[in-house]
Design a protein around this ligand. Structure first.
Ligand SMILES: C[S@@+](CC[C@H](N)C(=O)[O-])C[C@H]1O[C@@H](n2cnc3c(N)ncnc32)[C@H](O)[C@@H]1O
Length: 262
């Protein structure tokens, strides 16, 4: 895999059972500690990530991904170069490559090497280039991408504004950034069911299937701390995007943000 700007993460496979593998480890940390925490979580759950992703989202994530990729507007430059940042096991990148008439390339970057490694078998000759890189320090020149996406990744960034500025930097004028992310539903009845699922069922199923003691408790905690869509849109504009809009999907469980470069 080209590039290794993110360095090599911890060994994949079974959870380590290190001293902080307790409920305390489920709390999102800040700064550099958060980067280590996030990289460690995804490195450790990588072998089970795809299975759990589709089971825990009841497969709804597939339609969200398709919708997010449509918002990217690949048809405007079908031969272009696209970035899937925080790409994990490549589900978004693959969706772009499957777009009818697509003739371009997708650079799929993530700083957890085991996630890229797990996803490789799915690439099967598609024009996707896995790259081990940190979204806060992208190893690319200014303005080289015709579009960028982040699926369920921005919530994990230790410095969201820096991440937005970095994504803005690598986009050419006229390009779009699409962000697909969980959000807290506005309707209080939906919110009640969602929080119940997120704080009780999801951590339990996640723990049993992944064997990881706390990674799936980190998820609801990180969603709760993540800024809402209005705040996110304002921060995208503050990072240099000319406009930032969003739409909620599935009763506001997730949001798709589209930010444009002038
Ligand atoms: C929830 S997964 C999402 C993966 C994929 N985009 C998807 O839609 O399934 C979040 C991913 O973001 C990656 N990630 C988090 N912070 C990152 C950073 N600063 N730089 C690069 N990757 C990062 C993690 O390693 C993980 O693979």
């Amino acid at each position: 895999m080209p590039g290794n700007a993110g360095g090599h993460p911890t060994t994949p496979g079974a959870p380590t059972g290190a001293p902080d593998s307790t409920a305390a480890g489920a709390r999102p940390e800040q700064g550099a500690e958060r980067e280590r925490q996030v990289r460690r979580i995804f490195s450790e759950i990588a072998p089970r990530y795809d299975l759990l992703n589709h089971v825990l989202s009841l497969n709804i994530d597939r339609s969200w991904r398709r919708k997010a990729v449509r918002a990217l507007g690949v048809g405007r430059r079908p031969g272009g170069r696209y970035l899937d940042a925080c790409a994990g096991t490549f589900d978004l990148a693959i969706e772009v490559a499957k777009t009818e008439g697509f003739r371009g390339r997708v650079i799929a970057s993530d700083f957890a090497f085991p996630m890229l490694s797990e996803g490789r078998a799915k690439l099967a000759g598609r024009p996707i280039l896995p790259t081990c890189a940190d979204t806060l320090r992208l190893p690319f020149a200014d303005g080289v991408f015709d579009g960028a996406m982040v699926g369920f990744g921005v919530r994990n960034l230790s410095d969201l504004d820096r991440g937005f500025r970095e994504l803005r930097r690598v986009l050419r004028p006229g390009a779009r950034l699409v962000i697909l992310e969980f959000t807290v539903p506005p309707n209080r009845f939906v919110r009640f069911g969602y929080m119940l699922y997120f704080t009780r069922i999801l951590p339990l199923v996640g723990r049993i299937v992944s064997g990881h003691p706390w990674a799936y408790s980190y998820l609801p905690a990180s969603v709760r701390e993540h800024p809402g869509p209005e705040d996110l849109a304002a921060r995208l504009e503050a990072a240099g995007f000319a406009s930032a809009d969003w739409s909620l999907v599935t009763a506001g469980i997730a949001a798709i943000h589209v930010a444009a470069v002038a």
